[in-house]
Design a protein around this ligand. Sequence first.
Ligand code: HEC
Ligand code: HEC
Length: 201
Amino acid sequence: MLWFLFALTATAEDDAVSAQSMVGHFEASTHAMLAVGTGELRDARRQARALAKQNGVPAPLKEAAQVLAGCHKIDCSGPAMANMGQTCAACHVETGKGPRVPRMTQLPGRNDRERHSFAALFMWIGLVTPQEGAWLVGVGGAVPPTATDETRRNVRPIEARFAQLVVAAEQTVDWYQRGDLFGEMLTLCAACHDASGLKND
Ligand code: HEC
Ligand code: HEC
């Protein structure tokens, strides 16, 4: 799933922040993001703790990871995750360095299920880089395929709210607002998976 990571060219420079450690941040934070989205908060906390302890982790990132590591409820984890993404982006903007993401116009994935996961991944890549193209491709595919099962009636309100957030995310060009929307979306990802009967911890 993290195929594109290997497409990013690592450049060895005498920077305080090395490309190699960045790939580590990327992996751990992406793993945490997907864990939050699927409601596996214990896994998310574990990733966050590991990230906070990594050698040479930049101070703002360490703080963001510590906040996530302390979250035991989804209402806290979603926003904490989004906040971490904003921390990544803030430094990339400030230093004028960061991930180079190949230009994308459509989501990869062979089926709805894969595209559904990739949509979240691309929103996340968009947020941490920050890169408009990746964000928009992710947001464009974020609404999950509609549940048709009548027994899943409690999924509907979640679906409806999620769709509203997606519209808002498509309309705003403000990265802070995008981050906030992503944080709220993450809480609903987990809620919908729960209501849909997907397993988590
Ligand atoms: C304090 C500043 C700072 C923070 C915080 C930061 N980055 Fe970076 N990031 C950089 C710099 C500088 C580079 C360029 C490094 C290089 O080319 O050696 C970079 C490069 C990257 C790369 C590309 C690495 C490569 O192989 O070229 C990725 C991926 C990345 N960052 C992800 C993240 C993620 C995800 C976060 C947050 C979890 C994050 N970064 C937080 C400064 C930061
Ligand atoms: C309205 C309901 C709903 C929302 C919102 C939703 N999902 Fe899902 N998601 C599902 C359903 C249903 C499946 C199972 C699909 C299947 O099995 O074909 C799924 C599956 C997944 C899977 C695959 C799990 C696996 O074990 O392979 C991932 C990853 C995922 N979702 C991430 C997310 C993220 C991240 C978000 C939020 C940005 C999100 N989803 C929002 C309903 C939702």
